[in-house]
Design a protein around this ligand. Structure first.
Ligand SMILES: *Cc1c(COP(=O)(O)O)cnc(C)c1O
Length: 513
């Protein structure tokens, strides 16, 4: 029996049409421009949570959660377990996402959830290691009995400003019948980011260094997606942050860290999440709605604060210019996954639980966003959102200050070094600790990247401290070694769609997959 949380629909649809898990993973974005969601969120009893789930390993917990959203008919138990095992075997910590408890030691219950122990030292690995295996699993099942020339192949094309491309590459490297092309702007990403992406030896991976800006790269990728002829020939796919499977994979660490913080008991917990496209914190929303007794989900934004402004004003408005901050992975104009939350809010607070009506409301909001650059929701919607969320905006100066402060005051471990994204969250956490003034509250502040990935911001904050050394205190041996490895870069001399298309075709022929 397929349960209601195992079928999916688009956030913009007002018809009965539904999709299977496999369809939403492979398709990514709905044809009407909406995002896929399970219209009903499964409830987990407190007995199950604290009697059973609280003592499970990360992998066992991932299985229990994913099982609720994926029908057995689509992926049998043994296959799902094996996908999970393989996905998290690449992590350097046996906890997968360990919790640094009470880092400051002064009983303020500030815990840091380290999501950066995967192959590229950033939180996106938690989702993309799983998504890569999932793509391969579905593709191999389709191709099982087909002769070579009939096999379905996917060409994944993406653009990166530096920090997120490597997680996609490491998720898809070596996967059968999948090739990966990641575009990045020549000379505009850090040496470590370039090394991470270009030293992967697998023949199905090719980075394209494009003479131009990140926006040029992104425009080319969008144009390639819109190119029907190229698309039908090469089956162009994406692994961007709107894929449902990424949200699903991220739910595990909310449950797991909650149990670690409270010792497996019910407790008062706030999650503080450095947010950009809203994918990370949205997984926390699902955990809360499933029954995990979370006090609040705190959205921490940098100076690109569309989410903070929305919760304060009820108006969702695209800014005209992106602010360049110390936390570039959160430099966004629009938070794509926020649409998923808006759908549930529309359903609960405006549509009386009617999914079709919620789709209609959501669709009209996004039509307004397209035509007028903004939309405003009812007070009831904001009041509803504030039951689960609060938000904090953190400036560049405060981010830098937070890195310094943690370096000075931390005791478990000493001289703890935050990356600038994590620092945005920690700054927000410390504000809340001061204003809540409640010693029984736990603050789980999500750490989304290893500090070595953002050397400039970290060095700018810490270089004045005697004894501080990036090489010795921050840079892991594994990343240090990258500079000695052979790089595989294809230079594209002009930011031009036709040129990129022809380079991709040339390289595909050479890959001979
Ligand atoms: C992607 C990313 C974020 C933001 O996560 P969202 O899911 O987009 O909100 C924060 N920090 C780092 C390091 C990231 O790579």
């Amino acid at each position: 029996m397929v349960s209601p949380s195992q079928v999916y629909r688009s956030t913009r649809s007002s018809t009965e049409e539904s999709k299977s898990f496999e369809e939403v993973v492979i398709q990514g974005l709905a044809a009407d421009g909406g995002l896929f969601i399970p219209p009903s969120i499964p409830a987990v009893s407190q007995e199950t949570l604290f009697g059973k789930w609280a003592s499970l390993s990360f992998q066992e917990l991932a299985f229990e959660i994913m099982r609720l959203y994926i029908a057995k008919e689509e992926i049998p138990d043994s296959d799902l377990k094996s996908l999970i095992q393989r996905s998290y075997s690449t992590f350097r910590s046996s906890d997968v996402t360990p919790l640094a408890k009470n880092v400051t030691g002064n009983e303020d219950n500030l815990h840091i959830l380290e999501l950066f122990h995967g192959p590229t030292y950033a939180f996106k690995d938690v989702a993309l290691q799983f998504v890569g295996n999932l793509f391969e699993y579905f593709l191999q099942r389709t191709n099982k009995d087909l002769p070579t020339e009939k096999r379905k192949k996917i060409t994944v094309v993406g653009a990166t400003s530096g920090d997120t491309g490597s997680a996609a590459i490491y998720g898809l490297r070596g996967k059968k019948d999948i090739s990966v092309f990641i575009l990045y702007p020549t000379g505009r990403i850090s040496p470590i980011q370039e090394e991470q992406m270009t030293t992967v030896p697998d023949k199905n991976v090719q980075t394209l260094s494009v003479k131009g800006t990140f926006d040029n790269c992104q425009d080319i990728v969008k144009a390639i997606f819109g190119d029907k002829e190229f698309n039908s020939r090469h089956n162009v796919g994406a692994v961007n942050s709107i894929n449902w499977a990424r949200i699903l994979a991220q739910m595990t660490y909310y449950f797991y860290s909650y149990f670690q913080a409270t010792g497996g008991k019910t407790g008062k917990v706030k999650f503080v999440v450095p947010s950009g496209n809203f994918g990370d914190i949205l997984a926390g929303y699902f955990a809360k709605k499933m029954g995990l007794p979370v006090e609040k989900l705190v959205i921490a934004t940098n100076e690109n604060d569309i989410l903070d402004r929305f919760l304060k004003s009820g108006t969702y408005e695209r800014s005209d210019k992106v602010a360049v901050t110390l936390s570039p992975a959160m430099d966004i104009l629009i938070s794509s996954n926020f649409e998923r939350l808006l759908w549930y809010l529309a359903k609960d607070y405006e549509a009386n639980g009617d999914s079709l009506k919620a789709g209609k409301i959501c669709n009209s909001w996004f039509e307004q966003l397209k035509t007028q650059g903004k939309f405003t929701v009812d007070k009831a919607i904001i009041a509803g959102a504030l039951n689960d969320f609060s938000s904090e905006r953190v400036s560049n100066a405060q981010t830098s200050e937070s890195i310094k402060k943690m370096y000075k005051v931390s005791v478990n471990p000493e001289k703890y070094i935050l990356d600038p994204h994590t620092a945005v969250g920690v700054c927000a956490s410390e504000r809340l600790i001061a204003t809540d003034n409640d010693k029984s509250l736990h603050y789980i502040s999500l750490s989304t990247a290893h500090p070595a990935k953002f050397a400039d911001a970290v060095n700018a904050a810490l270089s004045t401290y005697a004894g501080y050394s990036f090489e010795n205190d921050v840079l892991p041996a594994e990343l240090k070694k990258l500079s000695t490895l052979k790089k595989k870069i294809k230079l594209v001399e002009k930011a031009d769609k036709e040129l990129v298309k022809s380079v991709i075709e040339e390289e595909l022929a050479k890959m001979d997959l």
